[in-house]
Design a protein. Structure first.
Length: 89
């Protein structure tokens, strides 16, 4: 299991949406990293991303697809979990 704390970029449909601070955990399963945790930015409306898939690009260039599961208004953390398709799908 890995951990990441630091800056990240939130992308949707290939477009940068926000620069965020991410606090994530990861677990490698079936050759893929699965992330979960939270992202936060002063101007991020987390609730707008609940139930939506987006890409997080970490400072080292690593990218992962996540889905918003819980979020509040501006400045509140958005909780995310891995949105990887199950193996073999």
């Amino acid at each position: 299991m890995g951990m990441y704390k630091g800056e990240a970029t939130l992308l949707q449909h290939g477009e940068e949406v926000a620069r965020v601070h991410a606090s994530l955990r990861s677990r490698r399963e079936h050759g893929r990293d699965h992330w979960w945790g939270q992202v936060q930015a002063d101007d991020l409306e987390g609730a707008a991303f609940v139930s939506q898939e987006f890409t997080l690009r970490l400072a080292d260039g690593t990218e992962g697809v996540v889905v918003g599961v819980d979020g509040g208004g501006p400045g509140a953390p958005l909780h995310v979990m891995a949105a990887e398709p199950p193996p073999g799908s």
